[in-house]
Design a binder for this molecule. Structure first.
Ligand SMILES: [Zn+2]
Length: 398
């Protein structure tokens, strides 16, 4: 897929084509940005342009800055070989393109780091003479995840660039890349994809083909502009075993069922029943093997409280500001029952729970879930004060 067909990153695709056409391309590009916004796809398209045997001047869109710039033909033998080398199902070898990914360990799991042996292979590849087109491309994915010895070996190659060698590096964590590497590269920032692009890409997925505009917006907001996350949400098993339900109806039903069980109490108080209900609802997440589902639940609930907050501020807020426009009536009713501070505390409690469960080492899962249940069930209103010290700080800031 040539750069002209990449959706949602017009600044990046325009800048890459301009740099090449105008002969001022940096030999090492560091593509950085969140997961699932097209870094790998852009690297593949740009590798095609670098190695294409028939690059063609083609018009750019207004978003890309207009004018006419070179792009890969997309059909020559070289373009096809690049596409096959990047295809995870084929991993075809390419004489002028060397791909470094973390790869799998002996038990079939993705390695945590790029290892030094991979850098040695890369260094050998750099020494070969280009096979066609005169250029060679080294692609390294997750350049922030290298063992120290691998990083040192890489730095050496980067410091003494061989003629005609182009480095395309990607990372989701720019701060995690060695300063000495960053300073030798040109950084290229990838922004989150705009809503309409996430929607267009999601509609290419079998489960997304029939998405309504409203559902596409929900998906785009939940995914934070990452097509990778959008597909994760589409594939999430939310439907209660009713295959006929559409994705949006399954999501709405799931969010509502969780909200009814967990989001209890009112501005004036709560009840023991609400607390029991909340405890019951969190029970299925007691084991660490339910982490993915629990993380998803916390995320969906946070989005719910954000919607409640928006409607508290403006009951007629435009649908584009809501994550669940389909649940406007329910969220609007909730906005009338809770105080602003209560919603803030609950959002804070969800955030604290996420940190304690997934980031803190040695956190107590059962205690964290119990405290969260207390919070969401509205016990804060019963005692007239926020339950978490962190939330007290948030209250003070109001
Ligand atoms: Zn070509």
């Amino acid at each position: 897929m040539p750069l002209r067909d990449i959706l949602g990153q017009p600044q990046v695709t325009g800048a890459l084509r301009r740099a090449l056409t105008q002969g001022r391309l940096h030999h090492a590009l560091l593509l950085h940005g969140p997961d699932g916004v097209g870094k790998r796809a852009c690297a593949m398209a740009f590798a095609q342009l670098l190695l294409c045997t028939r690059p063609t001047p083609l018009p750019l869109s207004a978003e890309e800055g207009g004018g006419e710039l070179l792009d890969a033909c997309g059909t020559c033998g070289a373009c096809g070989r690049v596409a096959r080398a990047f295809d995870p199902a084929l991993r075809a070898l390419h004489p002028d393109l060397h791909i470094v990914e973390r790869g799998l360990n002996d038990s079939g799991q993705l390695r945590k780091k790029i290892v030094v042996e991979q850098m040695r292979e890369m260094q050998t590849a750099v020494r070969y003479v280009a096979y066609e087109g005169g250029r060679r491309v080294i692609y390294i994915e997750d350049v922030d995840l290298m063992e120290d010895s691998a990083a040192n070996a890489f730095l050496k190659t980067l410091e003494e660039p061989a003629e005609g060698v182009h480095f395309l590096l990607t990372t989701r964590n720019l701060a995690g890349v060695l300063e000495t590497v960053v300073s030798r590269c040109q950084a290229v920032r990838f922004a989150p994809l705009p809503t309409h692009v996430v929607a267009a890409l999601a509609r290419r997925h079998p489960k997304g083909a029939a998405l309504s505009d409203e559902a596409a917006q929900t998906l785009a907001r939940l995914s934070g502009g990452s097509i990778g996350l959008a597909l994760h949400w589409l594939e999430a098993d939310l439907a209660p075993a009713d295959g006929a339900q559409s994705w949006e109806r399954a999501l709405s039903a799931f969010v509502l069922s969780q909200v009814r069980a967990l989001d209890g109490g009112t501005a004036t108080g709560s009840s023991p029943q609400a607390l029991l209900r909340a405890w019951e609802a969190l029970k299925p997440y007691a084991s660490p093997k339910d982490d993915a589902e629990l993380r998803r639940l916390l995320y969906l609930l946070s989005a719910w409280y954000r919607d409640v907050m928006v409607l508290m501020h403006d009951p007629d807020a435009p649908g584009a500001l809501l994550t669940y426009p389909a649940l406007r009536a329910e969220a609007g009713a909730r906005a009338l029952q809770l105080t602003f501070a209560q919603v803030r505390w609950r959002l804070q409690a969800l955030q604290d729970a996420e940190r304690d469960l997934f980031e803190r080492v040695g956190g107590n899962r059962a205690l964290t879930l119990d405290a969260l249940a207390l919070y969401l069930a509205g016990l804060d209103a019963a005692v007239g004060a926020p339950l978490y010290p962190a939330a007290q700080a948030a209250q003070g800031a109001l």
